[in-house]
Design a protein around this ligand. Structure first.
Ligand code: SF4
Length: 370
């Protein structure tokens, strides 16, 4: 699995075309003037951080919100302002509706020419009524059009998001969506279970949504893991699967508890040994607000929690390299009890959860750290 030593750079773009009924992220619709001002502030912050720290980044990730809402010119201007190492992975999250309806082939080429080399697209499902139930505007045809645009630009590394446990979904329709990913040539699939968040429209109508129960969701997750493996997507994290060699290098920085700088309203950082974040307020960000201190980062507990999300797991060699000691004996003893329940593998090299274990990972991690 490829890793990187230099920090990653996360850029938060909190703009969306409209609000999805299940989403509680900091995002809203914005006019062009606000997008221009926000772009200028992002660039200003990047330049200041780079001048102060001399940082060069191994990965860049535009997340949101919907970064494609910023438009290719603004995104390209930002990418060009970044000190990137030569093989820097540059990912841009895109909405299929934006790409198919608002972006031209030239827009996508401009993005690729500026250095973007990976696209992550929020498809959620290849099935029309499932996508409609999630309030997603793009139909299958638009997703296909967006995929074509990405490929025409020469970017062959793209990821599709799939959501599990959504209205109308069955194990068979999950397999259909996975088949769509394979046929479209996606190199990576992120597959998340729908979570009903407080204060969202979905929370208000949860009982009417006819969602699968907990057992149904577990069945869907395990079926998705199995089918994705069958289709050549190797699981490397609880919710992430890739054709070998196409794992998200940026997200691996998070899960390996390495450093990254986050710029933009609501962006979080672990940089220079500290955790900090910008407030969730675009106008404050544009006005030059400083990030809020969030304490020290990179403790052993944090490292354990993050590493156990990976199929590579928590390894003795990793602990030794990072903290100068092996996995504590008591932790291995507790892990061996969970191993008897078929949730993980624990041996002299480390602790690795399997898909059944990932379903109860919070409880396992709490137990190992208690
Ligand atoms: S596009 Fe993504 S960030 Fe925007 S509202 Fe929908 S789920 Fe939330």
């Amino acid at each position: 699995m490829m890793t990187a030593d230099k920090p990653g750079l996360y850029i938060h773009i909190p703009f969306c075309r409209s609000k999805c009924p299940y989403c509680d992220f900091y995002s809203f619709t914005a006019d062009e003037a606000t997008k221009e001002e926000y772009t200028a502030s992002i660039i200003k912050n990047i330049i200041i951080w780079q001048a102060e720290t001399g940082a060069e980044f191994s990965t860049v990730y535009f997340g949101g919100g919907t970064p494609s809402q910023l438009g290719s010119e603004n995104l390209s201007k930002i990418i060009k302002a970044i000190n990137k190492q030569p093989d820097c992975e540059v990912t841009v999250e895109c909405n299929p509706f934006d790409l198919s309806e608002s972006w031209s082939a030239d827009d996508m080429l401009r993005l690729a020419d500026s250095g973007a080399n990976r696209i992550s697209m929020g498809m959620q499902s290849a099935i029309e009524n499932e996508r409609k139930a999630l309030g997603r505007k793009a139909g299958r045809e638009q997703v296909e059009k967006a995929v074509k645009l990405i490929k025409q630009s020469g970017i062959d590394n793209f990821s599709l998001d799939l959501m599990l446990g959504i209205p109308y979904q069955t194990v068979d329709t999950i397999k259909e969506s996975i088949a769509f990913c394979t046929e479209s040539g996606a190199k990576h699939v992120s597959s998340y279970l729908l979570k009903i968040e407080q204060g969202t429209p979905f929370e208000k109508v949860e009982k009417l949504l006819d969602l699968p129960d907990e057992d149904g969701c577990c069945e869907m997750y395990l079926a998705a893991c199995e089918e994705l493996e069958k289709q050549g997507y190797k699981q490397y994290e609880i919710s992430n699967f890739a054709v070998p060699g196409f794992e998200s290098r940026h997200n691996l920085i998070y899960w390996d508890c390495r450093e990254y700088l986050g710029i933009g309203a609501a962006a979080h950082s672990f940089f220079g040994g500290k955790r900090f974040y910008y407030p969730s307020d675009v106008q404050q960000f544009i006005s030059g607000v400083k990030p809020v201190d969030d304490g020290e980062g990179g403790s052993f507990e944090e490292y354990v929690m993050l590493r156990l999300r990976l199929t590579e797991g928590l390894t003795n060699s990793g602990c030794m390299k990072r903290f100068g000691h092996d996995i504590p004996k008591e932790m291995l003893e507790k892990a061996s009890i969970n191993e008897k329940h078929g949730l993980l593998k624990a041996d002299e090299s480390g602790i690795r959860l399997n898909p059944k274990g990932f379903l109860v990972s919070n409880a396992i991690i709490a137990d190992l750290l208690s």
